[in-house]
Structures are given as structure tokens and as C-alpha cells.
Design a protein around this ligand. Structure first.
Ligand code: UGA
Length: 443
């Protein structure tokens, strides 16, 4: 099939590349000339495992090209996929201006029957607005569909090529037939529904996953008080098929470009209908507080002023260079506000962090260099590279043996072989005796 994808952000780029991998003829459009030039050279503007290889392969095969010429791309395609950003406004509401602009330009470019698919995450009712905008700008017949995307950063290619399900929201008969055919090579779990339900499925799914994370983080906080181990609790809960074991990893709260934005947007969507989404509001509040437990744990053992604190991990999760809404941002800001000297290291996201924030931090070239002579180390992202460094090595680097592990990277056995003062999330004190003998509050 001939497909045009508008927007080469995470969703657009990965979808475009994966549809070309299936043998479709794909043209991806972006307004940013430098980005299009980069993509046409076979380079990618994001770090996403496996993506560059597939892009190069399909460019070579002639299945994939990139352009700034939206009208031409629309005219030469049968299916037009809108994958532009829907960033949050200060109110939390999704900003639909990029979507509206894309719809207008699509309408002005139509030259015959097309199927217009929205993959961007949009509030309920948006596809109807898109339809109205295109109708106002075109005399041609077209059908719209909402096909929300469920890929995760870091595993985006795999998620797209082997999805758990495909949701197609449309009332158009041709759209239904063509979109089922397009997605059939990926899975047989294809659900066709109405447009509004499809739009809602995306928000409800992200809100539910965010709820799972905030729930387990609250359980972790209680575990710390009662001496239980949240990793054991999550495993025990996960055996129940109704609960499942995924998204029950306690930590420093969720970040990224999706959960924070989509939870706020759903609260706004509900609010506009005079519905107070109390549960989701609490999920957001719990998530905001969770990151600061890192600071509380540090402050329980030292006065932060004048101390050197090493931070491992800036990305909101491993295998991505994305730092959007990463809990690391506020944690580092708080450390600086408390007059700590902050050294940071991230295998991939450091450059992005440096470009985005002008924070007075020192960038290290390796995890070990970062930890060297620090008064404490905080682990904020669970990069594999960090897991491969033993607590013994960490202990030997630090000036003062304090390790705050925001991602529960180490086992009790590994920690008990060291004299580290170790705090993790929702797990019992692993070197209690030592801490009781040497209270550090005077440090
Ligand atoms: C999320 C969803 O998982 C995707 O299905 C969805 O398509 C995407 O948002 C989107 O709407 O575009 P993503 O933001 O890439 O994907 O990342 P996740 O893997 O879901 O992780 C989100 C955050 O939750 C991370 O900060 C991660 O550290 C945290 N998390 C995740 C936990 O703290 N505990 C867990 O058990 C799982």
C-alpha cells in the first residue's frame, strides 16, 4: 500500500519505518528541513534500538523516503497517517494546533479518495474535528480512522512489529477493510470499534498503567514502614492473572512524554464533562511525590549542603535518550537548591540533558568517574551498564559509602557483602546493624 506519515517524532518515524519493512511504499513528512535531510542520509534524530538498521534497509530497497513536501506526499498515497505531537498546554489540556494544521494541509492536498488515520494521542472527539477541517478544505471523498499507537520507547520497533493488539476506530467501510489488511501481517488481535472508543482506549490504557505504577509505589512506601519487600509483594500479586506482573516495579515514579501528558489530558477531558477523576488525580500526585523520596533518604543520612552527590541515570527509563519529564530533572534541581555539588552520568541521554537544561552540574564520562570521591551515589535509571557494576566497586569509589538505589538494582546478598549504607525502594533495611551502630546524622 502507499502510505504517507505526517510527523517524524517517535510514533511517526517508527510507524513509517515499520510499515515500509512490511513491504509498503512509505513517505514520511516533516516540516523541519534539517531533520528530513538527516533521515534521508540514513541517520536518526533519536536513540531507538534497531530503528536505524531498518530505516537504512528500507531506504535502500526504495520503500521509504522522507520529504518536507506534504502536498506531494499526500497526493501520492492511499493512506495518510497523522502522527504529529500533541504537547500539554499549561492547563494539562492537549495542544491540538499541529493536528489542526496537518488536517488543513491534508484537505488542501487531496486529489482523490484517501483514508486519513490519526495515530497521535488525541482527546475524544478530535477525529470528528479533523474530519470537519478536511471537509472544509476539500471536495474529495475520504474516510477517517483513529488507530492509536501503543509502542514504548526503547522497544518501539519490536512493539510495532509484534503488537499486543491493534485498535481501529472507524465507521468507514473502506477504511476498515484497508486498515485491517494493512495491520494483518502484525497480529490477528485486531479490534474494530467506533472512533470515540478508540480515542478513549489510548488514554484509558496509559492512565491504567500509570495507576499501576503509582499503586505499587505507594505499596513500596508502606513496605518500608512495615518491613516488607515490595519486589516480593509485586511477584506474589503478579501470579494472579487478573493482576499480572508487569508495571509493578516500584521506583522513583513514571516520566516520559506519554504518561505525564496523557494522565493530565484525561483529567482535563473528564473535567470538561464535569467529571472529577479523583483516582487519576491521586495517581499524578503520588507520582510527583515519589521522586523526592530519593532526597528524603539522602537527608536521613547527611546534610546535603556542600556535599558531592553522584547521579547515575538522566533518561526517564533505560534504552532511550529521552529526558522529557524524567524524575531526574526535579531530583537534581532539588539537590542543587540544597547546595549540593552534583555530578551526573548517563550512557546515552547526557547530551540531551546538557542541551535542554542549563543546570550547574558536572558531566562525567563514565559511571565510575561520576561516583569517584562522591559523598553519595543516587541511581535514577536502571541502565544495564549500572547493574554490571558491583556494589563492592561502588563502595571503593565513594568517599562516603551511601548508595540510594531508586530502581532496586541490587540484591540483599550483593549489598550484605559491602559496608554500604544502602537505601532502595520498598525493601527492608539490608545493612541495618551497621547503620544502627554508626548513625550518620552528625555527618
Ligand atoms: C508508554 C506506554 O507504555 C506505551 O504503551 C504507550 O504507547 C506510550 O507510553 C505512549 O503513549 O506513547 P513509554 O512512555 O515509552 O510508553 O514508557 P514505559 O515503558 O511505559 O515507561 C513509562 C515510565 O514508567 C518510565 O519512567 C518507567 O521507568 C516507569 N515505570 C514503568 C515504572 O516506574 N515501573 C514499571 O513497572 C513500569
Amino acid at each position: 500500500m502507499k502510505i504517507c506519515v505526517i510527523g517524524t517524532g517517535y510514533v511517526g518515524l517508527v510507524s513509517g519505518v515499520c510499515f515500509s519493512e512490511l513491504g509498503n511504499e512509505v513517505v514520511c513528512v516533516d516540516k523541519i528541513t534539517s531533520k528530513v535531510q538527516l533521515l534521508n542520509k540514513g541517520e536518526i534524530p533519536i536513540y531507538e534500538p534497531g530503528l536505524k538498521h531498518l530505516l537504512a534497509k528500507n531506504k535502500e530497497r526504495g520503500n521509504l523516503r522522507f520529504t518536507t513536501d506534504l502536498p506531494d506526499a499526500v497526493r501520492s498515497s492511499d493512506i495518510i497517517i497523522i502522527a504529529v505531537g500533541t504537547p500539554s498546554q499549561p492547563s494539562g489540556q492537549a495542544n491540538l494546533s499541529y493536528i489542526e494544521q496537518a488536517a488543513k494541509e491534508i484537505g488542501q492536498s487531496l486529489n482523490g479518495f484517501k483514508i486519513i488515520v490519526t495515530k497521535s494521542t488525541v482527546p475524544v472527539g478530535t477525529n470528528e474535528k479533523i474530519q470537519a477541517i478536511i471537509e472544509a478544505n476539500s471536495r474529495y471523498v475520504f474516510e477517517v480512522a483513529s488507530v492509536p499507537e501503543f509502542l514504548r520507547e526503547g522497544t518501539a520497533v519490536q512493539d510495532t512489529l509484534q503488537p499486543d493488539r491493534i485498535i481501529i476506530g472507524t465507521t468507514g467501510e473502506k477504511a476498515k477493510k484497508m486498515l485491517v489488511e494493512l495491520h494483518s501481517p502484525l497480529t490477528d488481535k485486531i479490534m474494530v470499534t467506533d472512533i470515540r472508543s478508540a480515542e478513549m482506549i489510548k488514554y484509558a490504557s496509559n492512565a491504567f498503567l500509570a495507576t499501576k505504577i503509582s499503586f505499587i509505589n505507594e505499596i513500596a512506601n508502606i513496605c518500608e514502614k512495615v518491613g516488607a519487600d515490595v519486589t516480593q509483594v509485586a511477584s506474589g500479586m503478579g501470579y494472579d492473572k487478573r493482576i499480572g506482573s508487569s508495571f509493578l516495579k516500584a521506583g522513583i515514579g513514571y516520566g516520559g512524554s506519554c504518561f505525564p501528558k496523557d494522565t493530565q489530558a484525561l483529567i482535563q477531558i473528564a473535567g470538561q464533562m464535569d467529571y472529577n477523576f479523583k483516582l487519576l488525580k491521586s495517581v499524578v500526585e503520588v507520582n510527583r511525590d515519589q521522586r523526592f523520596n530519593i532526597i528524603h533518604k539522602l537527608e536521613a543520612v547527611m546534610n546535603l549542603s556542600g556535599k558531592t552527590i553522584a547521579v547515575w541515570g538522566l533518561a526517564f527509563k533505560p534504552e532511550t535518550d529521552d529526558i522529557r519529564e524524567s524524575p531526574a530533572i526535579e531530583i537534581i534541581q532539588d539537590l542543587l537548591n540544597k547546595n549540593a555539588r552534583v555530578k551526573v552520568y548517563d550512557p546515552i541521554a547526557a547530551e540531551n540533558f546538557k542541551q535542554t537544561f542549563s543546570l550547574d552540574v558536572e558531566y562525567s564520562n563514565s559511571a565510575i568517574e561520576c561516583a569517584q570521591d562522591a559523598d553519595a551515589l543516587c541511581i535514577l535509571t536502571e541502565w544495564k551498564e549500572f547493574q554490571d557494576i558491583s556494589p563492592k566497586t561502588i563502595h571503593s569509589c565513594l568517599r562516603y559509602p551511601v548508595l540510594i538505589d531508586g530502581r532496586n538494582l541490587y540484591s540483599e546478598v550483593e549489598i550484605s557483602e559491602t559496608d554500604l549504607i544502602y537505601y532502595s525502594v520498598g525493601r527492608p533495611n539490608m545493612n541495618k546493624g551497621q547503620r544502627e551502630q554508626k548513625p550518620l546524622l552528625s555527618f
